[in-house]
Design a protein around this ligand. Structure first.
Ligand SMILES: [Zn+2]
Length: 243
């Protein structure tokens, strides 16, 4: 069986993924899957690819490579399109970090502690059990489906699919709009919806303001009426008792 050609490797120096077309023989490259050293094979006869050393046991596949590459791309960036016109900026990224009994592909988090799970699907979609668990825990999650045709494509093409293309995303949780941007994550209790809290705050503020307005109204009314009443009373008093 012919060894599967590898299109991407990690530049040992920079940690960046490099496409074979940009590989430089003087540099050192590592396999995305096994982290062993790879060498660029850029001969004239066969399509260019990265090669493991002869005795390597690595059995990486194009699917594995694309899957891992997508995770690396998310890890090395700080902005991703979640849904159409909805971008999410993050400054923390965990790859395959356990949450209870699931291990999401990627968890990204912003300054405010809002988290999103990104599941990458190359050959098969997120399994139903995992999906159900994510929904039960109310973990914000989208799935990005990457087409097999992407294998071996240029880095900017794959980057665009991973970070920007609104059409390859599926909402796992929440499944429906409105898009809850204001959710808080807790690894023990799942996501807490700030929306409810803020709605409560809004209600409270509304009630307080209304009561304050009514109070001020009464006060002014009272002040005005009393002033008039006092004037009248003074007049009558003078009429009756003085002179
Ligand atoms: Zn390998």
């Amino acid at each position: 069986m012919e060894r599967i050609k590898i299109a991407y490797a990690i530049d040992k120096e920079t940690g960046q993924p490099v496409h074979i077309s940009k590989a430089d023989k003087s540099k050192k490259y590592l396999c995305i899957e096994c982290k062993e050293e790879l060498r660029p094979a850029q001969g004239k006869e066969r399509a260019h690819h990265f090669k493991h050393k002869k005795n390597s046991q690595c059995n990486t596949s194009p699917e594995t490579e694309l899957h891992k590459l997508a995770k690396i791309i998310i890890e090395q960036n700080n902005e991703i399109l979640l849904y159409e016109k909805v971008k999410f900026n993050y400054n923390k990224c965990d790859i395959e970090k356990q949450i209870r009994d699931i291990r999401p592909d990627v968890i990204i988090e912003n300054n405010e502690g809002e988290k999103w799970i990104i599941e990458i699907c190359v050959t098969h979609a997120i399994d139903e059990e995992k999906k159900k668990k994510i929904q039960e825990m109310q973990l914000n999650c989208i799935e990005i489906a990457l087409d097999k045709d992407l294998y071996g494509k240029a880095l900017n093409v794959i980057k665009n699919e991973v970070l920007q293309n609104p059409n390859n995303r599926t909402k796992i949780y929440p499944e429906d709009s409105p898009f809850p941007h204001n959710v808080e994550f807790n690894t023990k209790t799942g996501f807490n919806h700030k929306e409810k809290k803020s709605l409560f705050n809004f209600k409270t503020k509304y009630i307080i303001c209304t009561l304050a307005a009514i109070g001020i109204g009464f006060f002014l009314h009272d002040l005005f009426v009393r002033k008039q009443w006092r004037k009248k009373w003074k007049k009558n008093f003078k009429k009756r008792y003085i002179k």
